[in-house]
Ligand binder design. Structure first.
Ligand code: SAH
Ligand code: SF4
Ligand code: F3S
Length: 444
């Protein structure tokens, strides 16, 4: 189908925070091309579906979304499929969904403007290359945006090859963005009004690079440097792999005030046999030891994790070990998933695939336990005072919602403050997913 030059774009991102970040960069690129942002896909003449391939449900969603883009008069916008499904399925997408005009992988989206040109002529455009040159060198500089909390991707890709996971195939090998680029982007964000930066990477704590003086640094060195930026109040990072939790990074949690007391450290399972079959290269004991060390330097740290239930061959007893590990750690929050076989990964061909019923029951039991722990963690903050960075308005008039240092959502009532303020509050009550607080004073 021939399209005229698109004037309004809409980006819809699925999946992890890195995809959200990529979605923002794609939007900024379209804005730099002179397009304006549409509030919804219905109002756009270019729709970018920024997809996720991590589990089957996520990956299949894109096809129903594409179907829904058809308008009543039979017309449709120009459709681009970006993200990890684009990388994993490539040309297959066009076969399954002939209305797709552009397929662009996560390492190639800097070429979107050219691909749009190509698609205008009615020619389907595909780019799933993983070029050695970085897309970041070809993207427009970060647009100024008054956003209290922002993401900043510092590391991409994964070399770990957990046997269930598509990320090493969809995002390619581990690379670290250069120090100078990251520091520059952080400054630009802070100048635009950002006060909290979350450093992102599939294995963010594997980040390495050379500082201005040419000294080799790890993520902790980068965090210490960013902490010196005036106006930047808070730093977070996600997601980390247990094997890349360096001594320096652990120490930083006890020493860098701006580094928030929150650690997302996925473990996946509580049985050493299962962890080995997953190719996780850490044990239950080594994981628990890490948690203990982080808590020794930062006793109030909130621990979060990811879990997979029903990995091929997981026995009842092995699943019980996962519950045991959860009890030992006592999580502030966590994500848990049913194992989803992914095409091309080793685990998809393993013996002992677990039935849907068993997986459902295990997930239910695990989530009950995790929810109890989260509720207890939240309840323990009642009566405490803490700083909250206000990020958006709440449902009721006068309400503002922000994040506690421990990444809980906090609703601040009757606030004389504004979005972007870092305020001091006292937590008045706690629900399972959020806290309610009273304003004490505006902080810095
Ligand atoms: N790099 C991060 C997270 C990657 S994906 C890490 O290693 O921790 C986010 C989470 O999705 C994983 O931690 C895992 O719990 C889950 N996940 C990945 N592949 C999956 C699959 N095939 N089935 C179910 N859950 C999966
Ligand atoms: Fe996937 Fe494992 Fe890499 Fe995480 S570490 S992205 S789970 S392969
Ligand atoms: Fe999904 Fe790709 Fe992220 S598969 S979780 S969008 S890296």
């Amino acid at each position: 189908m021939n399209h005229s030059s698109p004037k309004k774009y809409h980006v819809k991102s699925f999946g992890c925070q890195m995809n959200v970040y990529d979605g923002e960069r794609m939007a900024e690129m379209m804005a730099a091309q002179g397009l304006s942002a549409a509030d919804s896909a219905d109002d756009a003449d270019l729709v970018i579906l920024n997809t996720c391939h991590i589990r089957e449900k996520a990956a299949e969603k894109v096809y129903s979304d594409i179907g829904r883009l058809k308008r009543e008069d039979g017309s449709r916008p120009m459709i681009a499929v970006a993200g990890c499904v684009a990388q994993a399925e490539g040309g297959e997408i066009a076969r399954r969904a002939p209305t797709v005009d552009i397929v662009v992988g996560p390492q190639a989206y800097h070429r979107l403007p050219e691909l749009v040109e190509q698609a205008k002529g009615g020619k389907r455009a595909l780019d799933t290359d993983m070029p050695a040159i970085s897309k970041f060198d070809h993207l427009p500089a970060r647009a100024k945006q008054a956003r209290p909390g922002a993401f900043l991707t510092v590391q991409e890709g994964c070399d770990k090859f957990c046997t269930y996971c598509v990320v090493p195939y969809t995002r390619g090998a581990e690379i670290s963005r250069p120090w100078g680029d990251i520091v520059r982007e952080a400054h630009a964000l802070v100048e635009g009004g950002t006060r909290e930066i979350t450093l992102l990477g599939q294995n963010v704590n594997a980040w390495t690079g050379d500082d201005e003086a040419g000294r080799g640094q790890g993520l902790d060195g980068l965090i210490r440097a960013l902490a010196k930026i005036d106006g930047l109040e808070r730093i977070r990072y996600t997601t980390s792999h247990p094997n890349d939790m360096s001594d320096g990074l652990i120490a930083a949690h006890g020493e860098v005030d701006k580094l928030m007391p929150f650690l997302h450290l996925p473990v996946q399972a509580g049985s050493d046999r299962v962890l080995k079959a997953m190719n996780r290269s850490h044990t239950v004991e080594s994981y628990l030891k890490l948690i203990e060390r982080v808590r020794a330097v930062r006793p109030d740290i909130a621990i979060s994790g990811d879990f997979i239930v029903g990995f091929p061959g997981e026995s009842d007893a092995e699943f019980e070990e996962t519950l045991g590990l959860v009890r030992d750690v006592d999580y502030a929050m966590a994500y848990s998933f049913k194992y989803s076989p992914r095409p091309g990964t080793p685990a998809a061909d393993m013996d002992g695939q677990i039935s849907a019923n068993v997986m459902d029951e295990r997930l239910q039991r695990l989530q009950n336990l995790l929810n109890e722990q989260q509720a207890r963690f939240n309840a323990a903050t009642v009566g405490r005072q803490c700083a909250v960075l206000l990020e958006r308005t709440g449902k009721l008039p006068g309400q503002l919602i922000g994040k506690s240092p421990w990444l809980q959502s906090v609703i601040v009532n009757d606030s004389a403050a504004a979005i972007g303020d870092l305020v001091h509050v006292e937590i008045a009550s706690a629900g399972p997913n959020s806290l309610i607080a009273n304003l004490i004073r505006k902080a810095a």
